[in-house]
Design a protein around this ligand. Structure first.
Ligand SMILES: NC(=O)c1ccc[n+]([C@@H]2O[C@H](COP(=O)([O-])OP(=O)(O)OC[C@H]3O[C@@H](n4cnc5c(N)ncnc54)[C@H](O)[C@@H]3O)[C@@H](O)[C@H]2O)c1
Length: 442
């Protein structure tokens, strides 16, 4: 099951979302009333979209499809063509709700600083650029006192994780609602499964498995006239500073489910990976497979695999193995150790988690409630994926504490289209690819 959501129009709301919102499985804590302009539930809630690509467009449509009086007032993207495409797609997807799009021409911003201007005009911001920029944008949104929906991953390096953790503390102090787009946390079936795990349905969790194996994603080949910075920004998936590699960009979903079930993060990891099939200049520097063994403090071991190789078996799923039974997440089933089903989620009761993220967030904001502080756990699950990547790139055993406190910063020093990105091609146009046994972090 591939849950990527590229430019999908918002599906219609379903009645049971209201009831499932009360079943939170570790997602929400008790509500605190926040002071604010929306307590009366009548004022409009202004949204700013930062990163007008496939997901940003989809998330924006979902925000504008909630029951609240939400209006899109500002858009920001590195590139004008992306912003214009998104604007059109939002209008088309909304059909009968076009009046919710109120973006004046002067409130469409482009370039590296565009985010600051769009954030300033909004009450709630959607952060959906490539993840390398997330710490900068999240920090700014918190400093400007805005509620936030931000896509996963929330960083690509340990320095970015620390920046998000620090801003997350500030967001808490300011009672800013923050939802992170790890949508399984907002999915009815996952909430039911994990609630039962926490209630002891499978006993103590001994081990787990997680998969994100499929064909991979788009490629944007270099075009004449692009600077190196523009090329990397447009073909961002294949550059670690922008994307984090696919273990971070996609597999984070599965790693987060295991962290959620265990209510913990790994203490160390070791693994292997490389580029076996997806080679060549267009694929930058990332791997096409990673296999990682994550160790948790209580002794639980997670075996995780992610692969982008065309023509191979597809599987996106998680499995939890406990002393009393197993949880098959995609099948939404719990069995005892003899294989008898002891719980089966009724898939007819599934919600649309991408929509639910926004339904719950905007309902809380409209009521003046402080209900969501996802940033810290989003950062720690992102760090889990970075830990795995450091293990596969180096071929070494990597400890969480050392990695998260390493200060490793892979982002550019200057953000400009004529500036050099942190990684550049050699004379033949090939990018440096990490080599286990040679690549070192410590
Ligand atoms: N939760 C999910 O299932 C899910 C699904 C898809 C994507 N995502 C996440 O959403 C994010 C975006 O992915 P996408 O598929 O929409 O990519 P995309 O390439 O379609 O969109 C990214 C947009 O950000 C813009 N951008 C890049 N740098 C920018 C900057 N510094 N300032 C402003 N705009 C900038 C790009 O020009 C582009 O329009 C990623 O973090 C991805 O992991 C999440």
């Amino acid at each position: 099951m591939d849950q990527r959501d590229q430019q999908t129009p918002a599906p219609s709301r379903r009645d049971f979302i209201k009831t499932s919102a009360a079943v939170v499985g570790g997602t929400m804590a008790s509500s605190l009333v926040i002071p604010g302009a929306y307590a009366a539930g009548t004022d409009e809630i202004k949204v700013g979209l930062i990163g007008c690509g496939g997901r940003g467009t989809g998330a924006c449509v979902q925000a504008l499809s909630t029951k609240q009086n939400v209006q899109l007032v500002a858009m920001a993207d590195a590139f004008r063509d992306r912003l214009d495409g998104s604007y059109q797609n939002i209008l088309e997807a909304l059909e009968d709700k076009k009046t919710r799009v109120q973006v004046k021409e002067e409130n469409k911003f482009t370039g590296f600083d565009a985010y600051k201007k769009a954030i300033a005009l909004a009450d709630v911001v959607i952060l959906a650029t490539p993840p390398g920029f997330r710490p900068i944008h999240f920090e700014e949104a918190v400093n400007q006192g805005k509620h936030i929906f931000m896509e996963k991953p929330v960083a690509t390096d340990p320095a970015g994780i620390q920046r998000v953790l620090a801003a997350a503390e500030k967001a808490k102090a300011k009672k800013l609602n923050v939802v992170v787009g790890l949508q399984r946390r907002y999915q009815a079936s996952y909430r039911e499964l994990i609630k039962r795990v926490h209630d002891g349905a499978i006993g103590e969790i001994l081990s787990a498995q997680a998969w994100w194996n499929n064909d991979g994603v788009w490629v944007h080949p270099r075009q004449a006239g692009w600077t190196e910075m523009e090329y990397q920004m447009r073909n961002w998936y294949y550059f670690v500073w922008l994307c984090g590699d696919h273990i971070t960009e996609q597999h984070i979903h599965n790693l987060d489910v295991i962290n959620w079930a265990l209510e913990a993060y790994p203490v160390k990891a070791q693994g292997m990976g490389g580029r076996e099939v997806r080679k060549g200049k267009d694929y930058g520097q990332i791997y096409d497979h990673h296999y990682v063994e994550f160790h948790y403090g209580n002794g639980t071991i997670l075996n995780s695999q992610c692969r982008h190789q065309k023509g191979t078996m597809s599987k996106v799923d998680e499995l939890l193995i406990g002393t009393k039974g197993k949880v098959y997440c995609d099948a939404a089933r719990i069995t005892d150790n003899k294989g008898n089903t002891i719980y089966q989620f009724d898939k007819k009761m599934e919600n649309q988690p991408y929509q639910n993220e926004h339904d719950e967030l905007f309902a809380a904001i409209a009521k003046g409630e402080y209900k969501f502080w996802d940033a810290e756990r989003g950062a720690r699950s992102t760090m889990t994926s970075i830990l795995g990547r450091m293990a596969t790139y180096s071929g070494q055993n990597i400890e969480w504490d050392k990695a998260i406190n390493s200060g490793i910063n892979i982002m550019p020093t200057t953000y400009a289209f004529d500036a050099m990105p942190p990684v550049v091609p050699d004379a033949d146009g090939n990018y440096p690819v990490p080599e286990p046994g040679v690549t070192k972090f410590f």
